[in-house]
Write a protein that binds this ligand. Structure first.
Ligand SMILES: [Zn+2]
Ligand SMILES: [Zn+2]
Length: 272
């Protein structure tokens, strides 16, 4: 599977092993046409991105544009039960791509810690998540995607179990891409096919934390062998993310609907 771009990677700015320029050179060597660095946002414990480093982070990625087309990205965390995400004020308007997913080692609001994180950690330990908890998780992630400008929903269903179809419905409404994560896919081929039937669009990413793993998505290939799908379901196989976005905004303009463009990101990524 040949990717045009890899849009989920980490560097030493959060928990990756390599620095920005090494990652970019490796991406170029692998023949990618576009590349995004998407370090963990500020609420991730220990490995979280330090907000005060953001300017340096942005600077390093922007200078790497001498090597190849680059996007400044962030992988944000869901941090409250109302679906707030930790996109910092200092990052406002400075990101080209915002990924968002649920992570466990994150600073949540006290209410989310008690009623979202703790029960989910427990249910994960016993490998069974009751229906009421799945419902709650679905609602929280749905709110995060509805209330923020999220470009990609990362690793669906991995750390908390939920109804992927319901979240996918909101992703379709909002134009949010659903990730097929190179490290692990936590839903079934039948779920993928149902999401596809809803009109969902997908993006394949490595979630690389080192240079070697960039664009390595063998697991996604294995997964897709069991699915009914078409090249056009996955946006970064035939085009880059930027080409996809440009084509989308042209379509919206031709439909006489420039309003389809998402509003500018506000504080905490909320819509203004
Ligand atoms: Zn993640
Ligand atoms: Zn990640």
């Amino acid at each position: 599977m040949k990717l045009q771009g890899d849009y989920h990677t980490h560097t030493r700015f959060s928990d990756g092993k390599n620095n920005v320029i090494d990652m970019v050179r490796a991406a170029k060597e692998k023949g990618l046409r576009e590349f995004a660095i998407t370090d963990h946002s500020i609420n991730k414990i220990i490995n979280g991105f330090r907000g005060r480093n953001f300017d340096r982070y942005q600077g390093e990625i922007e200078s790497a544009r001498a090597e190849m087309p680059m996007l400044v990205g962030i992988e944000a965390n869901v941090v409250s039960t109302s679906g707030r995400i930790d996109l910092d004020r200092r990052m406002e308007g400075k990101t080209d791509i915002v990924l968002c997913g649920v992570h466990v080692m994150v600073i949540f609001t006290p209410w989310a810690f008690l009623t979202f994180l703790l029960p989910n950690v427990f249910f994960r330990l016993i490998h069974w998540t009751p229906q009421f908890m799945r419902r709650r998780n679905t609602n929280i992630v749905t709110r995060a995607i509805r209330n923020n400008d999220v470009d990609v929903w990362t690793h669906p269903n991995r750390y908390v179990r939920l109804n992927v179809l319901e979240v996918a419905r909101v992703c379709v409404e909002r134009g949010t891409l659903i990730e097929l994560n190179g490290k692990k896919i936590s839903f079934r081929p039948i779920d993928f096919e149902k999401m596809r039937a809803l009109g969902a669009k997908f993006i394949v990413n490595s979630d690389a934390h080192n240079t070697q793993s960039i664009a390595s998505v063998a697991r996604v290939e294995e997964f897709l062998k069991n699915c009914d799908w078409e090249q056009s379901d996955i946006i970064n196989l035939n085009q880059t993310y930027t080409e996809y976005k440009n084509a989308k905004s042209t379509d919206a303009n031709q439909d006489g609907n420039p309003g389809a463009e998402k509003p500018k990101r506000g504080i905490f990524g909320r819509r203004n």
